[in-house]
Design a protein around this ligand. Structure first.
Ligand code: GTP
Ligand code: MG
Length: 198
């Protein structure tokens, strides 16, 4: 799929403030700093569309981007950033949870996992929460450029094996790098397939 246009629409502090449109949307979630905003820029090919930062906690609102005037990409704040106050963490958690559970236009949630790390409890718990609520999601392994290909393959196999301890069936998964643009076609084709099936 070609991306012809990508426009910022609105940043919302609450799900009630999100665009009042029925277009399908695809949201990105995961720990702070995992690479959500960078992935949106890589997928669209517009390097400054979503705000990125080397320090965690950059994205604090629900950000909608309109793609090809037909569907939305949604950049969400990250979870699990320990240096936030408890009140702030809880506020973000509520924002994320209400978006995920109430936004009916959300056709798929991409859950990002840093491919360098071992499975983390916080991400596994998050997946269980998605499963319990029947939220359609897929996994995106990020920052693949930071590992050798053998280490990357090994980490991903370990991760999938870990998931099979808790899940009967694995969700779709993608391997990406916002630096090399690896995984771009796979994710865009996946989105196109879902768009066509709606
Ligand atoms: P929050 O909004 O704070 O939750 O973070 P985020 O998940 O949106 O992460 P962001 O895209 O801002 O990226 C965090 C840092 O990781 C930045 O310094 C990016 O340049 C870097 N980064 C993101 N993706 C990649 C990648 O694929 N490869 C490499 N090498 N660096 C990456
Ligand atoms: Mg971000």
């Amino acid at each position: 799929m070609d991306i012809n246009t990508a426009e910022f629409v609105i940043s919302s502090p609450k799900v009630e403030g999100c665009p009042n449109s029925l277009m399908p949307e695809y949201a990105f979630i995961g720990r702070s700093n995992v690479g959500k905003s960078s992935l949106i820029n890589m997928l669209t090919g517009f390097s400054k569309l979503a705000k990125t930062s080397a320090t965690p906690g950059k994205t604090l609102l629900i950000n909608h981007f309109l793609i090809n005037k037909q569907w939305h990409l949604v950049d969400l704040p990250g979870y699990g950033y320990a240096k936030r106050s408890k009140t702030e963490q809880e506020k973000l958690q509520r924002m994320i949870t209400s978006y995920i559970l109430r936004r009916e236009q959300m056709a798929n949630l991409f859950l990002l996992i840093d491919s360098r790390h071992e499975p983390q409890r916080i991400d596994l718990d998050f997946m269980n929460f998605l499963g319990e609520h029947g939220v359609p999601f897929s996994i995106v392994f990020t920052k693949a450029d930071k590992l050798s290909s053998s280490k990357l393959a090994c980490n991903i196999q370990l991760y999938l094996n870990r998931l099979l301890q808790e899940w009967e069936e694995l969700p779709p998964h993608f391997i990406t790098s916002s630096e090399t643009r690896r995984g771009r076609e796979d994710i865009l084709n996946y989105i196109e397939q879902i768009n066509n099936s709606l």
